[in-house]
Design a protein around this ligand. Structure first.
Ligand code: TYD
Length: 197
């Protein structure tokens, strides 16, 4: 199983990911917990660059996220899935569609082509969207905001709407969870969908 988590900054992905990982560990399932961008030496360097540079053009930003993804798929995701391990990934292709596509307004077909090249066609079995109103997500963010988190509310609104559109277009792949609910409640729904409960 390849499971990805998506949502705007501060939507509570990390909490649910930790809870799912703990449950999978309890059930003695073999899995890897990954995050994007990151989890390869190149990906971690790109994460640092992306968070720290003040001015990155939208196309440069797109290329850097996709580069991190290409490396992670080739070096970690593909070999792990081939070995029969499960993958839990904090963000994947849909982050690029939502942030660079809906948020920055870049061409969606271009993003699709670049994502396809990076992933070698590897699509998640389930993508979990943690949906939360922008104002509430902003309150949950830590005091040290990175470049993306400092973007205006209108940007995060576009990203949120983008995620909902993506999820509605592919209901078989997506599970939309309301992040205002208790994480335990959302975990139960997720485990049922994954048939782990
Ligand atoms: P996030 O995963 O929320 O990690 P952290 O908890 O360290 O902030 O942050 C990654 C940021 O990168 C987030 O603002 C979304 C953004 N992002 C994109 O814009 N496009 C992408 O393709 C990916 C993977 C992330």
């Amino acid at each position: 199983m390849f499971i990805t988590f998506e949502g705007i900054d501060g939507s509570g992905k990390s909490t649910l990911i930790e809870m799912l990982a703990a449950e999978m560990k309890k059930q003695k399932l073999k899995f890897k917990k990954l995050r994007e961008p990151g989890d390869t030496p190149l990906g971690e360097s790109l994460r640092t660059l992306l968070a720290s540079h003040k001015s990155i053009t939208p196309v440069a930003e797109l290329a850097l996220f996709v580069a991190a993804r290409a490396q992670l798929v080739q070096d970690v995701i593909k070999p792990s899935l081939d070995k029969g391990e499960h993958i839990i990934c904090d963000r994947y292709t849909d982050s690029t569609s939502a942030y660079q596509g809906y948020g920055r307004g870049l061409d969606k077909a271009l993003i699709r082509h670049m994502n396809n090249a990076a992933t070698q066609g590897i699509v998640p079995d389930l993508t979990c969207l943690l949906d939360l109103p922008v104002g509430q997500a902003a309150k949950r963010r830590s005091a040290n905001l990175d470049r993306m988190e400092r973007e205006a509310n209108a940007f995060h609104e576009r990203v949120r709407k983008g995620y909902i559109a993506l999820a509605k277009a592919e209901p078989k792949r997506w599970l939309i969870l309301d992040s205002r609910k208790k994480p335990e409640e959302n975990l139960e729904v997720l485990l049922k969908r994954l048939k782990l409960f």
